[in-house]
Design a protein around this ligand. Sequence first.
Ligand SMILES: NC(=O)C1=CN([C@@H]2O[C@H](COP(=O)(O)OP(=O)(O)OC[C@H]3O[C@@H](n4cnc5c(N)ncnc54)[C@H](OP(=O)(O)O)[C@@H]3O)[C@@H](O)[C@H]2O)C=CC1
Ligand SMILES: CC(=O)N[C@@H](CCC(=O)OP(=O)(O)O)C(=O)O
Length: 312
Amino acid sequence: MAKAKVYIDGQSGTTGLQIFERIGARDDLELLRIPNERRHDIGERRCFLNEADVVFLCLPDDAAREAVSLIENPDVRVIDASTAHRTADGWTYGFPELSSAQRAAIAASRHIANPGCHATGFISCVAPLVQAGTLPTDYPLTCFSLTGYSGGGKRMIAAYEQEGRPASFDAPGIYGLTLAHKHLPEMQKVCGLSDEPVFLPVVDDYYKGMATTVMLRNELLSGSPSTAEVHACLADHYAGHRLVSVVPLGQNGPTLYANELAGTNELRIVVCGNDRQTTVTALFDNLGKGASGAAVQNMNIALGLDETTGLI
Ligand SMILES: NC(=O)C1=CN([C@@H]2O[C@H](COP(=O)(O)OP(=O)(O)OC[C@H]3O[C@@H](n4cnc5c(N)ncnc54)[C@H](OP(=O)(O)O)[C@@H]3O)[C@@H](O)[C@H]2O)C=CC1
Ligand SMILES: CC(=O)N[C@@H](CCC(=O)OP(=O)(O)O)C(=O)O
């Protein structure tokens, strides 16, 4: 069988490099590499974008939209890591663990929108509870999400790693204070919520790794479930999945560290609580299941391969 041809637009960026790291040595794929000095040349990019079977877009939103407009070959499968198309018509949201129907839609799609990193954490905690009817769609959700500075791409990495950087970078920084973070639309739409959550992201002085937490009052959930019942609902949903799992109740340490799953493609959910209040936390790597690992998983599904090929 012919090898699938793969092109990464934005190959020298943070997400692009991490995709290359995961697929560069695979012998079932043929990687098309644009000469580095031509990587911004529209004519050259157009050739690569139309020659590939699978294209990863690892670009800012506007450049991702432009890249899509350059693709004339209807057989190209596009996996866009940017925010540009995550709630757009005609695009399939690339979180296969949502449902078997979602996985089948990804397998059949030519336009896959890779989830945002904070959105990945939020959706992994919330969507199964909504699907089960445990979490009412009008629940007043709040969420905070910790990320390493590589989540901000090359520019933020350079800012954090520069000599003489501001002393404030030594401490966690709460941002998104206008409560209009770019991941809110996908969080609301994919979970089927009637409103956006109140969401605060926090960036801190470490390279990669995330902890996204949603806080719940059990009495406001349908049927006032115990914390163990909330846990069971999530554990049932993710049973049999290899990249997303739920830590057995009580098996987590007393402190959750946002870099616990850094360097992996996995996401693990930790449920804690006292039956009056429950917290659900997703631990993962912003560059793993939060971006490049998820993008490779989506490619594997789109090519009909085992979804974890090259990932575990
Ligand atoms: N970092 C992360 O954890 C995550 C990132 N994402 C998303 O993935 C996308 C890429 O982010 P990230 O890798 O962090 O960003 P980076 O800034 O690290 O990389 C962006 C890349 O895009 C290239 N680029 C920019 N404009 C153009 C253009 N017009 N034509 C061709 N190439 C262009 C840059 O080229 P050059 O090499 O010249 O700078 C660079 O290689 C973004 O949309 C981001 O929001 C999603 C989830 C997580
Ligand atoms: C630390 C930091 O700034 N992180 C970025 C999220 C990176 C990401 O996921 O961006 P996409 O929406 O393109 O996926 C932010 O919060 O805007």
